[in-house]
Design a protein around this ligand. Structure first.
Ligand code: GLN
Length: 196
């Protein structure tokens, strides 16, 4: 199996490394590569859109048609995971900050996202979550977005108070936090298992 990590900007290498580790732990053969090449994205069996700056990532993926390939892959049922900024881009609906910056979203999930939802005083923090299908998990949040609303076809996997921080709609997975920054491979193993 081939897993593409979109290398527009942000936590690209961290995702590549943790996918390698997760594949090894699962005893699965697989190739993971960082790419901004649309042909490579088209060949992938699964795609990761990392955290970084959603405004920048959006511009770069739309400039060279990588955005179209991500959409196509998701419509074909291939697993797509967006973490932090990547989760913002998976949404159909953005907040006023998304609109003000004219950030183009991919619109793959029926969710409403709020950028920097946890406020300035809480720019970066760890939180213990109870993630459905995974269990107790220590998550790292950095200027993280939140999902403030989701349609009923979206499965809520974890919450902090009223904010949804992990959600899945069929083959598409959105996480507010940064699973690539931990030693814990369970999120990436979960994602790899979504590849049929
Ligand atoms: N605040 C960032 C944004 O809105 C996302 C944060 C992140 O990916 N660490 O793009």
């Amino acid at each position: 199996m081939k897993i593409a990590v979109i290398s527009a900007q942000g936590d690209v290498e961290e995702h590549v490394e943790i996918v390698k580790k997760a594949l090894q732990e699962l005893g699965k053969e697989g190739k993971v590569f960082a790419t901004m090449n649309k042909e490579d994205v088209a060949k992938a069996d699964a795609i990761i859109l990392p955290g970084g700056e959603s405004t920048t990532i959006s511009k770069l993926i739309h400039k060279n048609s990588v955005a179209e390939e991500i959409k196509k892959a998701s419509f074909e049922g291939k697993p797509v995971m967006g973490t932090c900024a990547g989760a913002i881009l998976l949404a159909k609906h953005g907040d006023e900050e998304v609109m003000k910056t004219k950030t183009k979203l991919l619109g793959l999930m029926d969710i409403w996202v709020k950028r920097n939802a946890f406020g300035r005083q809480k720019e970066s923090f760890h939180a213990m979550l109870n993630i459905e299908g995974i269990g107790e998990y220590e998550a790292i949040f950095i200027r993280a977005p939140a999902i403030i609303k989701a349609k009923s076809n979206v499965k809520v996997l974890a919450k902090i108070d009223e904010y949804i921080v992990a959600a899945q709609q069929d083959n598409v997975l959105a996480l507010s936090f940064r699973p690539e920054l931990t030693e814990d491979t369970r999120i990436h193993r979960y994602f790899i298992k979504m590849i049929s």
